[in-house]
Design a protein around this ligand. Structure first.
Ligand code: SF4
Length: 349
């Protein structure tokens, strides 16, 4: 009870600050944020929609990004010079983004070119990565993708060169390659700690899609057993999962898509539907309360502790210190390269 009262006070204070700042302040919230945070945002979406929003808003001076650090960093790269981007908790990172760094990716790219020929591969980085990796892609004719436009980005990358080095999420890369009709021997996994990523040269020459061995701990918790259990419990249910899930889980689901696609799937399902969702739990719980006429069930409870670091207290502190606290800064040179790769992504639509 005490806690709820406390939350209500915090919410009211944030609302007052929002009213004071009016159109100068834009609060962006990722779908994985807690529902009380989402309710205070001006816009909720996946990382693609949020980066588009950050790039499009010309009026606001302060963008407060309720999500993890790479998202706020992307907003800072796309923001106009007069805009300041802040994140309520600077320690809200992403495990997957930490699985690839520029030096290791650069070495992999050079090793791949040494086998397949110079200019044979396009680097393609998932949004879940730091600015330096995006800049690496921008400088070498590559592009950024999110889970909602990965297929378009891979097609674009293949139109530039015969091979694609996709990092850091192997599962998004694998699921996308599969959707585009690539065969198993056209996709190989690159283990960063092994020479040639643990592949023999012939396999690399044959491969079209080279997948970095990174993954999301939230989405790789889902297993075939979870799907079978839910099918037995709710035979009438449709199951939708996120493309960061392993292929065997995606193959057993009825549908697969980014958080925006999941949201649309639930919104458009007829009243009375039962939908099992394999993604971060905060989003599932929010959808369940938003659509009480549908039965929304988690495939298995999986929480992203990084997303959960954004609290009402921290959001209040940030809006009380607009322009000053936890400002996200990106080195100008890195920003320029990363902007090229992000702009290529935004141009894909
Ligand atoms: S859900 Fe996974 S990919 Fe997304 S922020 Fe959390 S750890 Fe990173």
């Amino acid at each position: 009870m005490d806690n709820r009262l406390h939350d209500e006070e915090l919410i009211e204070k944030i609302r007052v600050k929002k009213r004071e700042l009016g159109s100068q302040l834009l609060i962006l919230t990722h779908h994985y944020q807690k529902k009380e945070i989402v309710s205070l945002g001006d816009f909720a979406g996946d990382s693609f929609e949020l980066s588009r929003k950050a790039a499009a808003d010309r009026e606001c001076r302060y963008i407060v990004f309720c999500g993890v650090h790479f998202m706020a960093e992307s907003a800072a790269i796309l923001a106009k010079p007069h805009q300041v981007v802040q994140i309520p908790d600077e320690l809200a990172g992403c495990w997957m983004a930490e699985m690839a760094d520029t030096q290791t990716v650069k070495s992999a790219f050079e090793q791949l070119e040494s086998i397949a020929g110079k200019g044979s591969a396009t680097p393609l980085v998932y949004m879940n990565s730091d600015a330096e990796l995006k800049s690496f892609c921008g400088d070498r004719g590559g592009v950024v993708c999110t889970s909602s436009n990965a297929a378009k980005a891979v097609e674009w990358a293949f139109a530039q060169r015969e091979k694609v080095l996709f990092f850091p999420d192997r599962h998004l890369g694998h699921n996308t390659g599969y959707d585009l009709g690539l065969k198993d021997d056209e996709m190989v996994v690159w283990a960063a700690d092994k020479p040639l990523g643990g592949n023999d040269p012939e396999a690399l020459r044959r491969a079209r899609l080279v997948l970095w061995d990174g993954y999301c701990l939230v989405h790789t918790r889902f297993t075939r057993d979870h799907i079978e259990k839910r099918r037995a419990e709710f035979p009438e249910a449709k199951i939708i999962v996120h493309p960061e899930c392993p292929r065997e889980v995606v193959a057993l689901a009825d549908a697969c898509g980014s958080t925006s696609r999941i949201e649309k799937y639930v919104r458009e399902a007829p009243a009375g539907s039962t939908i099992v969702i394999g993604t971060e739990i905060n989003m599932i719980e929010r959808l369940a309360s938003q659509y009480p006429d549908k039965k929304i069930i988690e495939l298995h409870r999986s929480l992203c502790p990084n997303m959960a670091k954004i609290s009402l207290e921290k959001l209040l502190q940030t809006v009380e210190n607009v322009g000053e606290m936890n400002v996200v800064r990106v080195d100008e040179e890195i920003k320029a390269g990363a902007r090229v790769a992000l702009d290529r992504m935004l141009a894909l639509g």
